[in-house]
Design a binder for this molecule. Structure first.
Ligand code: BES
Ligand code: MN
Ligand code: ZN
Length: 459
């Protein structure tokens, strides 16, 4: 069980989620002195407002928290995620019927996250929640997964290089009895991963392809590929400082496929799971790959490097090719691939791309149900022409600079041909400013929705 979850009801302080409609009825059931105190302190049943209710002895007897009216769902379903920051240390439970118990519990638990690795003081409030009925059997693993993804992304690059990403994968694998293999450094050339090697060779920290497998070899094959760029300087086409600053998060795709893998393995889904992480640092040195270099990819397609900053699609291309070779039932990739995806949809709504309409519809449904928002964007075939190279089979960037996220998806699509179904997520993996349930920093995106879909298909 995740430490934010409490096992016992005893002494848990009740939290009442109230709106304008439910407040008068609830008010009648509470201690009049406590209500008088809350109202004297300015409590109103408006979204985001809260009050602590005293007992006759002056102890903490309960909490009031205003939520959006049920008939008018609000702008932020994660509002109860503010509670951990408002409450003193202790164990809490939600009192009374909840419209969405899973959402309330998830919001609370995700709002309790703090990145404390480098804090010498003890700034973590010991706060716990008794999971409400109906929160789902998988609640704990969902919370663990989100914390894992956030921790991996938040850990600065000096302590989260390709080696440490492999270590994190091995730690996760050990928990679930999964197997990990890794191809490191120049072995990438011998084993035919030229693009992963080209991007990663300039770093003092050896590039690698991390390969985790788990589950019954005869079960349907689900393969997750995550972009593991442990820092993205942009390579020789260097990023300006404002753009480079956040690039410790460029392994967010890897963090999120590991989060998804944790949920899949915890739930024991009937799949043969494979996780592939091309882990590299896009650095600058004398042997860095260069603009207009040409490399033959594992797939056989030659790729001209229009820009060394479009490195994520390069490392994913070789990993996708390997994944595709065993004809998986479902091939998924995730990565922080383009700034353009953020321009189109903002930080909280990752686009996904697939040619499989049934998969797209199911994903949209689970994204809504799990409050893990996703939006389908098109694999717009006419834009394929933008990737034409004058010397090679394909360029890694488009001429013109329009439709950057779509163009990236079209690039990746060239490397998938056998998988029965393929979906690509262009995620951000980061919350730029704290919102309820989403502390500023690394974020788990798309993994929960994906996992809900897999649970429905392969339970
Ligand atoms: N890791 C970046 C994309 C990125 C930047 C994601 C900022 C989220 C926030 C990626 O490797 C990259 O640099 N992409 C380029 C592509 C361009 C050179 C075609 C971009 O988006 O500018
Ligand atoms: Mn880049
Ligand atoms: Zn990148």
């Amino acid at each position: 069980m995740h430490p934010v979850l409490a096992t016992s009801e005893t002494k848990a302080v009740p939290i009442h989620l109230v709106d304008r409609a439910s407040w008068p009825g609830l008010r009648e059931t509470l201690d009049p002195a406590a209500v008088a105190f809350a109202e004297a302190a300015g409590f109103e049943p408006r979204p985001g407002r809260h009050a602590l209710l005293p007992s006759a002895e002056g102890a903490l007897a309960g909490v009031l928290f205003g939520v959006d009216p049920q008939d008018r769902p609000g702008r932020d379903p994660f509002l109860p995620g503010r509670l951990p920051a408002l409450l003193p240390a202790g164990t809490y439970r939600f009192e009374g019927p909840l419209a969405e118990p899973r959402l309330a519990a998830l919001a609370f638990a995700l709002g309790a996250y703090r990145f404390t690795r480098y804090r010498s003081g003890n700034d973590r409030t010991e706060i716990h929640l008794v999971p409400p009925d109906g929160a789902g059997d998988d609640l704990s693993s969902v919370i663990e997964a989100a914390y894992l993804a956030r921790d991996l992304v938040n850990t600065p690059s000096n302590e989260m290089g390709p080696f440490e990403l492999e270590e994190a994968t091995r730690t996760l694998a050990a928990k679930h009895g999964a197997t990990v293999r890794s191809i490191v450094g120049d072995a990438l050339l011998n084993d035919d991963f030229p693009l992963i090697h080209a991007v990663g060779r300039s770093s003092a920290r050896a590039p690698r392809l991390i390969d985790l497998t788990w589950g019954d070899a005869d079960a349907p094959k689900v393969t997750l590929v995550g972009k593991g760029v442990c820092f993205d300087t942009g390579g020789l086409d260097l990023k300006p400082e404002s753009a480079m600053r956040l690039m410790k998060k460029d392994m967010g795709g890897a963090a999120n496929v590991l989060a998804a893998a944790h949920m899949i393995m915890s739930r024991g889904l009937k799949v043969r799971l494979r996780v592939l992480i091309p882990a590299v640092e896009n650095a600058v040195s004398g042997n860095a790959f260069r603009p207009l270099d040409v490399y033959r990819s594992r797939k056989g397609l030659t790729v001209e490097i229009g820009n060394t900053d479009a490195e994520g699609r390069l490392v994913l291309a070789d990993a996708l090719t390997l994944a595709d070779e065993e004809v998986p039932d479902l091939l998924v990739d995730m990565g922080t691939l383009t700034g353009a995806a953020r321009v189109a949809l903002g930080p909280d709504l990752p686009p996904f791309y697939t040619a499989d309409d049934a998969l797209a519809a199911a994903l949209a449904r689970h994204a809504a149900a799990e409050h893990d928002p996703l939006w389908r964007m098109p694999l717009w075939a006419p834009y394929d022409a933008m990737l034409e190279s004058k010397v090679a089979d394909i360029d890694n960037v488009a001429t013109g600079g329009f439709a950057g996220s779509i163009v990236c998806a079209l690039f990746l699509q060239r490397f998938v041909s056998a998988a029965k179904s393929w979906v690509h997520f262009d995620i951000f993996a980061w919350t730029p400013a704290t919102k309820p349930g989403k502390p500023e920093g690394g974020e788990c995106q798309a993994a929960r929705a994906l996992c809900a879909l897999l649970a429905e298909r392969y339970r």
